[in-house]
Write a protein that binds this ligand. Structure first.
Ligand SMILES: [Zn+2]
Ligand SMILES: [Zn+2]
Length: 117
């Protein structure tokens, strides 16, 4: 059984989809990354490697009001980035519900190629 490996565009976790998973997926379905909760919409699901995903956003729960919301690439692009003392880089986004400022950290391996966002 062939397994397709899809790299999460946010955290670079490899998501494995076997034939059975692929058979149940249709264009427009949403896959959620186990590692970072990124939501990706299936935009192509053909044979073999003919598979494409489009990043919708990262489902985040606000620690202040408990509401869930999607952090999109646009929001991240506009978000200020702060580097902490331990070198961890976090992005600051506003909760759309209560306007709390939320720090988001995405794990990525600094030694590898620059993330292709
Ligand atoms: Zn991920
Ligand atoms: Zn909130």
């Amino acid at each position: 059984m062939a397994t397709l490996e899809v790299e999460c565009p946010v955290c670079e976790e490899i998501l494995e989809l076997d034939d059975q998973d692929r058979a149940q997926l249709e264009v427009g379905d949403v896959i959620v990354c186990d590692s970072c909760n990124a939501e990706m919409e299936v935009t192509r699901n053909g044979e073999g490697e003919d598979f494409e995903l489009e990043l919708l956003g990262v489902l985040t729960t606000c620690p202040n009001c408990g509401e869930e919301f999607d952090v999109t690439e646009d929001m991240l692009a506009a978000a200020p980035v702060v580097e902490g003392v331990d070198g961890e880089v976090v992005s600051i986004v506003d909760c759309p519900h209560c306007r709390a400022r939320i720090e988001l950290a995405f794990e990525s391996d600094e030694q590898e190629d620059a993330p292709q966002l």
